[in-house]
Design a protein around this ligand. Structure first.
Ligand code: ATP
Length: 281
């Protein structure tokens, strides 16, 4: 292997090799072959139920592959969540009985894996300081002592992001994190996520139903769709990554072209009654 090849290989973080996922007889994902380098920001789009969240769950380690391999740094993704992988869901996943600050300190406690999840003494004081810093980064320093029910949707998601970030993940998994937010708030959240991505040198995988968000936010856009359809056995085949596109800083006309190309993915009238077909990229 040449020096250049070795350098490129060292930067690869996530690899899927003929990755597939089945639940019983239902094939959800199949034939996924990808290679993601450290620092990429991948956005995932595709029809509802095609397996995007399942893919994130496999990266998180709470679902396992039934076919092929999913590797992190060249080794199988561990079968449990770890502090190197943080996740934020669409549904607000904060502790309702804790203040904003306590929520983030608690996340740090779980990361430390103490038996109770609680921190004490100096460790707790340090965690509080760290939590305050992170909360400042996500724009919540004015709300440290508020409870989740006193926060707006956008603030709750900022809190959930702070909980993920305090564990210093290398990979941040975002499962439609802004789906429930108003457009203006979403724009603020985009700025925040891009800022954190840069500042913390994260590798991000983000599921979205908003194509524009997918085009503009990431460096790479994946479209999940079925390559093969059998009208007599709709669950016989799973989704693959049918488009893998460099996006983000591409000129606006390119977004429009891509938008046109993948729009049928979201069209409910899409004809899936053909015989088993192979879609051309
Ligand atoms: N634990 C499970 N057992 C059986 N089937 C499951 C399980 N989890 C998910 N599924 C099925 O797997 C398929 C993919 O689900 P998934 O949530 O990954 O889709 P998605 O693309 O994220 O959908 P959406 O965009 O609506 O969130 C769905 O048909 C779902 O019903």
């Amino acid at each position: 292997m040449s020096q250049l090849e070795a350098k490129q290989a060292a930067k690869t973080m996530i690899q899927a090799k003929k990755l597939g996922k089945r639940y019983g007889q239902d094939v959800i994902l199949e034939r996924i072959d990808i290679d993601v380098k450290e620092g990429e920001f991948v956005t995932l789009v595709g029809a509802s139920g095609c397996g995007k969240s399942t893919f994130l769950k496999m990266l998180l380690g709470i679902e396992t592959a039934t076919d092929g391999e999913l590797l992190l740094d060249g080794k199988p993704v561990p079968n449990e969540p770890g502090s190197d992988r943080g996740i934020v869901f669409q549904q607000y996943s904060v502790f309702p009985h804790m203040t904003v600050l306590e929520n983030v300190v608690a996340a740090k406690g779980f990361e430390k894996r103490s038996i109770s999840g609680y921190l004490f003494g100096k460790e707790k004081a340090l965690a509080k300081q760290e939590a305050s810093d992170i909360l400042q980064q996500v724009g919540l320093s004015h709300a440290l002592n508020r409870y989740p029910h006193e926060l707006s949707g956008g603030m709750k998601q900022r809190l959930a992001i702070a909980q993920a970030i305090i564990c210093k993940p290398r990979i941040l998994l975002l499962d439609e994190p802004f789906g429930a937010l108003d457009p203006g708030i979403r724009a603020d959240m985009h700025t925040l996520v891009l800022d954190l991505w840069q500042k913390h040198k994260l590798t991000i995988f983000m599921v979205t139903h908003d194509l524009k968000e997918g085009f503009h936010l990431g460096t790479r856009l994946w479209v999940f769709d079925k390559l093969r359809h059998d009208p007599h056995a709709p669950n016989a085949y799973g989704a693959s990554i049918t488009y893998d596109l460099p996006v983000g800083h591409a000129p606006a006309p390119l977004y429009e072209e891509i938008d046109q190309r993948i729009r049928p993915v979201f069209d409910p009238s899409k004809d899936t009654t053909d015989d088993t077909t192979e879609n051309a990229l």
